[in-house]
Design a protein around this ligand. Structure first.
Ligand SMILES: Nc1ncnc2c1ncn2[C@@H]1O[C@H](COP(=O)(O)OP(=O)(O)OP(=O)(O)O)[C@@H](O)[C@H]1O
Ligand SMILES: [Mg+2]
Length: 452
């Protein structure tokens, strides 16, 4: 009885949501490669089958919470600008907090509320696809959808909050601290696991919009994939692909998919290769402000990936040489294969995970040296004694620093015997702190080298 009334509730809810239409309905055009790199996209998912899937999702006892608009207003302080986390093709995303006062019985937690921009390119279909896919799929590397809102024309998605935003935020928008090599590798492995899970599922899913802005990161940089608005069920039976309208994001979409509309899991593998290269190089895949061939990262960098010596031209100079050379070569090898123009030559995501995961435990990453000096008030006598000690200590520190860095340079010399560029260490005294300045010098030398 209760089950019946729940089903009735879901289906009347569904009819009202579907009938509500959602304005744009998502059909706003295909990703036009020639027009710009703006991220226009729509879903071509069959609305009827999505509707059925959603109905099944809800009947299968989905844990999704159907929020009201007033509950989400309360959670986000009326969608305050101060709560705005970012904005994409779907619409703005706000930080919020839900607890008992907003919805009895809910676990108190921070959330991210994505609200459909009614005047935007996307619409009800993308919203529905997200609810259907994320309502059914649960995995440590997929973002958790907590609930949704479908009231009047409003379409909202309520996700778990990811403290470090997207990989795009972390890789390209951070001004001061750069992502270290081990974190980049952790992100690559997490994202690969998320994709592998989708591809290996009983009913495989092609993600179709794999890119840095859809890779979310929690406090400890654990990856969770988001945005299933373009996801598509994989080919069934002996079919090798599904044919769709070309959609996705310029720079990330596989070349054969752009040319033919033929989509299979290997299209996602190509996009993964693009993100791997972005992680490697610390550069966006497409940037019209870069000179000549470098505008397109894949075109420019792919030939360097299989050459251990030239690889250094591709590596992000901000890594400052602090990466495992062996690890970098393996990662480059994976990226090279993923970016193959022949889909069959690309590895499966399962193989990618198997290749990348062991690299996490490589321990040949040079340790960056820094010195922290804590000060405290001293008497005159202590001051004299400490001056003497400091002199001795400073000498030792410089020696250690130099030794560490000489080792590092030596490794590079051995690895790249023909390379004329090796960083030098210079220690600058600034108050009580000592800094390496090799980073700044490298930037200059590196860009000279890259300009080649
Ligand atoms: N669950 C979340 N937790 C924290 N921040 C989030 C979350 N989801 C999205 N964001 C933030 O909102 C921004 C916009 O995300 P959104 O997915 O709407 O757009 P996008 O990925 O930049 O573009 P696109 O529409 O092409 O996917 C992200 O870059 C991220 O900073
Ligand atoms: Mg996104």
């Amino acid at each position: 009885m209760a089950e019946q009334s729940r089903r009735r509730r879901s289906s009347s809810w569904l009819m009202s949501c579907w009938g509500g239409g959602g304005g744009t309905g998502g059909a706003t055009g295909t990703a036009d490669e020639s027009s710009s790199d703006s991220e226009r996209r729509v879903s071509d998912s069959d609305p009827k089958s999505l509707e059925e899937d959603l109905s099944l999702t809800l009947q299968a006892g989905s844990e999704l919470v159907a929020f009201t608009i007033s509950e989400l207003k309360a959670a986000t302080r009326n969608f305050a600008m101060a709560n705005l986390l970012g904005s994409g093709g779907f619409g703005p995303v706000y930080k919020g907090f839900v607890d008992e006062r907003i919805r009895p019985g809910i676990r108190p937690q921070q959330v991210a509320v994505k609200s459909l921009d009614l005047g935007g390119h996307q619409g009800h279909r993308e919203w529905l696809a997200e609810v259907v896919y994320l309502g059914q799929l649960r995995h440590p590397h997929l973002v958790k959808l907590i609930g949704y809102c479908c009231e009047d024309e409003h379409r909202m998605l309520v996700y778990e909050y990811m403290a470090r935003g997207s990989l795009e935020d972390q890789l390209f928008k951070r001004l001061l601290a750069w992502l270290p090599w081990s974190t980049r590798l952790k992100i690559a492995v997490g994202a690969a696991k998320g994709l592998a899970f989708l591809h290996e599922a009983d009913k495989p899913v092609i993600y179709r919009d794999f890119k840095a802005s859809n890779i979310l990161l929690d406090e400890d940089y654990t990856v969770k994939l988001s945005d299933f608005g373009l996801a598509k069920d994989g080919p069934q039976g002996d079919k090798t692909h599904v044919t769709t309208r070309v959609m996705g994001t310029y720079g990330y979409a596989a070349p054969e998919y752009i040319l033919t509309g033929h989509l299979n899991a290997k299209s996602d593998v190509y996009s993964f290769g693009v993100v791997l290269l972005e992680l490697f190089a610390g550069q966006r895949c497409v940037d019209k402000n870069r000179p000549g061939r470098q505008k397109n990262l894949v075109d420019w960098a792919r030939p360097y990936l299989t050459n251990a010596e030239k690889l250094r031209r591709v590596m992000d100079p901000n890594l400052d040489g602090l990466y495992s050379i062996k690890g970098a070569q393996r990662v480059a090898g994976v990226a090279y294969k993923c970016l193959s123009h022949t889909p069959k030559a690309r590895p499966s995501m399962k193989t990618v995970v198997e290749t990348l995961e062991p690299l996490l435990s490589l321990n040949d990453v040079p340790v960056g040296s820094f010195v922290y000096v804590a000060t405290k008030e001293k008497t005159c006598e202590e001051e004299d004694q400490s001056k003497e000690k400091k002199k001795k200590k400073k000498k030792t520190i410089c020696e250690i620093e130099e030794k560490n860095h000489n080792n590092h340079d030596e490794r590079h010399r051995q690895q790249f015997p023909n390379s004329v560029i090796h960083s030098e260490v210079a220690l600058h005294k600034d108050g009580n702190n000592l800094f390496r300045n090799s980073h700044f010098r490298r930037l200059k030398s590196h860009s000279q080298e890259r300009g080649a």
